[in-house]
Design a protein around this ligand. Sequence first.
Ligand code: SAH
Ligand code: SF4
Length: 381
Amino acid sequence: MIGVTNMKKTNEILQQSSFSLEDITTLLCSQGEELILLFRKANEIRKQYLGNKVYLRGLIELSNICEKDCLYCGIRKSNIHVHRYNLSEKEVLDAARFAYENRFGSVVLQSGEITSQVFVRRIESLLLQIKSMTNDKLGITLSLGEQEPEVYRRWFEAGAHRYLLRIETTNEKLFRKIHPNNPLYDFKHRLDCLYSLRETGYQTGTGVMIGLPFQTVEDLAADLLFFRDFDIDMVGMGPYLEHSGTPLYENRDQLLPLEQRFNLSLKMVAVLRILMKDINIAATTALQTIDPLGREKAINVGANVVMPNITPIQYRKDYLLYEGKPCTNEEPAQCTNCLGFRINAIENEIGYDSWGDSRHFFARRENRNRENLTGTAESDS
Ligand code: SAH
Ligand code: SF4
């Protein structure tokens, strides 16, 4: 009886065009037949708004040197057991060329957070070189943490056009629990960075970790509402995975079992797709860490972007944000073959040679232009 009532509820919610915190929490708690309905709806929306194309971003993990000490991250500054590396310019350019020649369409440059002038110039120079080497054909996303607005601007002008900066959690109290208590960690500053990225003109992406200790389903529902209210262009979110070399490992007894963290992550992807129909949503590597078919499953419930790792193989084992990361001993070429095969196997198609930009970004920009025009017309009259 209870099942029937709940099912009606989920069914009803799925018919709505707007959703409250309570509705989203209910959706995130869906199980059994309710869950099948939720996943089916998310998949339909993705197909209807974005077709069956899945876009690739070749992930280049530039360096595991980091000035920060996030309590959950394996490459945090205080983890003295990490062998630190910095890719050479040639290694980065070779990886970008690999992505270009294999028709990936885009790369993501990611690293620990470094704010030195040397780093800023190095990224600027790499961007200019990648752009010129590929005749401006390769799209570039950055994921290089919190930086000054001026730095975001310089990198944008040098050719980057998308930026990922996860808010990690929108519950400020929880944010403080999972980060050290020092001025480098200020929730408001992280938000300001997101505003600054958007103001600069980037397609702006954020995300959260799912299944953190102390995190509730309501927190996650609020995260989804934040993405919607911020009007974000792209989201990358995945399960939190503990790393034995980090302080948060002490709280591992409070974690959901891996399978539940995985299922909750799939539900987050599905509900987000229902909330934000035309944004880009990544099927993250952390999902693949729990289930070898994790990324494919995420695509089936609303994700449309995959980030195959194309970091030179000898460095992969040193970029362990969490333990158990897959593909640390797989050559980029093997990775690509395996991915194409898997994506086709779930009746989707890779969008080769395409930047696969966020449709939401263009719709948002058009809306803003229209508002500006209306504003001008009104003030003229
Ligand atoms: N230094 C940059 C980019 C690299 S970290 C930054 O922090 O923005 C990229 C993402 O990895 C982080 O945003 C975080 O969400 C994720 N991450 C770090 N440690 C993790 C863990 N233990 N489990 C799951 N995701 C983790
Ligand atoms: Fe550094 Fe990013 Fe890891 Fe934090 S999450 S310690 S900023 S690499």
